[in-house]
Design a binder for this molecule. Structure first.
Ligand code: FCB
Length: 484
């Protein structure tokens, strides 16, 4: 449990022994090298090259060029002093057609990565699926097709065999909510569908993909540490009129993914047009989806607030909530927010951790993503003074400590992200990194927040104020962190 140091309430607050300090990235967002060494196209290659999909027409063709800069990235991680690195595997680099023939050079890249991480005392945390579905599978129905879930199991099996001896923790899928919502409902992410029938099938198949991946890794590696990563979105009703909408959105955004994994059922109050049809749910599917997991991965960025509101006469900070006439989403104009427009509410993280602790029956929870975009820029001195990110981290880690004090088994924190990268539909204009990336040259520069995070990770404690209290930039041998 968290205990205050002799400094009392004003002193630094300690995280539990063994707490995992990490950072995260994902393949399409950082790797580049999209046509190299036998990689096949993914839905993101196709989507980004279609006109009008991405801000300024940006693509992940080059991104941070991490495929060619593996040594640079390992150095960044080592200097950052983190004990774990969450990366994802580009499915079409390993299985260019989605299944079948393995592309050995692609697999070798991940082998080199995980070996280099372990050599440097950094635990590899592998996400099997972080949104970059092979286009070959999209051409055969994508997440609308049951076979795609099976193929995710195949990918997991290939990875378990090839790198399983090196991986400390496995994340089966990242944010099924966004795969379905942005990929199949709003069309803002690849593959860009707007089709509720497909979306309802995708809900089931992406969860089934989690089930098959879990089963494949477990079969190969009985001691593996495996879990899914999700991004439940808190919906708060600010008045009684908005409560039914808050409950409905909680089913549509959150319980539709949580309940199958924790309880093996879809929520009874899920809107009918999104409910996966019974005809798609084969015997044994729900048991596969709800098979025991070792941790829950939580991505947290923001909560939502709902209140009664007149759609024909919207006030400042209000926007209509589709499907719920007379209810608006409300962001108090004075509430601090990031350049994404997302409100900054650390308490939301604490509350979500407590909820998930209860819903999961006390599973360890890793905060697998948390972070903020900011308008970072290089000063003439060549530094990036992102004090708002330092404050964001300080606030959210404080919230995690409060959850720990309330009895939640918060096992780790992975800041999003190691470095600025391709932020999906926003392209490169949204910078989430602890390291600034000068995209024309690919150069990485530690921001002030990297120094702050390094101090916290190495000491395993949160200082009372969001300030850097020792010469964090001075090179030291980073201490190896405890086992994941
Ligand atoms: C999450 C994604 C991650 C990153 C952050 C900002 O939804 O999982 O890839 O884009 O948002």
């Amino acid at each position: 449990m968290n205990s205050l140091t002799p400094g009392g309430a004003e002193g630094p607050r300690r995280f539990p022994d063994g707490f995992v300090w990490g950072v995260g990235t994902s393949s399409y967002q950082i790797e580049g090298a999209v046509n190299v060494d036998g990689r096949g196209p993914s839905i993101w290659d196709v989507f980004t090259h279609a006109p009008g999909t991405i801000n300024r027409g940006d693509t992940g063709d080059v991104a941070c060029d991490s495929y060619h800069r593996l040594d640079d990235d390992i150095r960044l991680l080592t200097e950052l002093g983190v004990g774990a690195y969450r990366f994802s595997v580009s499915w079409s680099r390993v299985l260019p057609s989605g299944g079948g023939a393995v592309n050995q050079p692609g697999l070798d890249y991940y082998r080199r990565l995980v070996e280099a991480l372990n050599e440097n005392g950094i635990k590899p945390v592998a996400t099997v699926y972080h949104w970059d579905l092979p286009q070959a599978l999209e051409d055969r129905g994508g997440w609308g097709a049951r076979d795609t879930a099976k193929r995710l199991g195949e990918l997991a099996q290939v990875l378990a065999e090839a790198i399983g001896d090196q991986v400390a923790m496995w994340i089966t899928i990242n944010e099924p909510l966004q795969t379905v919502r942005q990929g199949y409902i709003t069309g803002t992410h690849a593959p860009g569908h707007r089709d509720l029938t497909l979306a309802s099938a995708a809900i089931h198949h992406v969860l089934l993909g989690h089930g098959y991946a879990l089963q494949a890794i477990r079969a190969q590696l009985p001691d593996a540490v495996i879990g899914p990563t999700m991004d439940p979105q808190p919906f708060h009703a600010l008045d009684a009129a908005a409560q039914p909408a808050a409950d409905a959105l909680d089913a549509e955004y959150n319980r539709v993914y949580l309940d199958p994994v924790f309880r093996g059922v879809y929520p009874a109050d899920l809107r009918a047009d999104l409910r996966p049809p019974e005809t798609l749910i084969a015997d044994g599917d729900m048991a596969l989806i709800s098979a025991p997991i070792d941790f829950f991965g939580l991505n947290y960025y923001r909560p939502h607030y709902l209140r009664r509101g007149d759609w024909a006469d919207l006030r400042l900070g209000e926007s209509p909530v589709s499907g719920h006439p007379g209810v608006v989403q409300y962001l108090p104009p004075e509430m601090p927010r990031t350049v994404m427009g997302w409100p900054i509410v650390p308490d939301g993280l604490r509350d979500l951790l407590i909820r998930l602790h209860e819903e999961s029956g006390g599973l360890p929870i890793h905060i697998t993503e948390n972070g903020c975009a900011a308008d970072d820029y290089l000063t003439p001195e060549g530094t990036v003074e992102d004090q708002e990110r330092v404050e964001f981290i300080h606030g959210h880690l404080g919230a995690a400590l409060e959850a720990i004090d309330a009895g939640v088994n918060v096992a780790g924190y992975f800041h999003w992200s190691l470095m600025d990268n391709f932020e999906w539909a926003e392209g490169y204009r949204r910078r989430f990194g602890l390291h600034y990336v000068d995209f024309p040259s690919g150069r990485r520069i530690a921001k002030r927040s990297a120094q702050f995070y390094r101090q916290v990770a190495l000491a395993g404690q949160l200082p009372p104020t969001p300030e850097i209290s020792f010469e964090a930039a001075a090179p030291e041998v980073p201490q190896a962190s405890a086992a994941v």
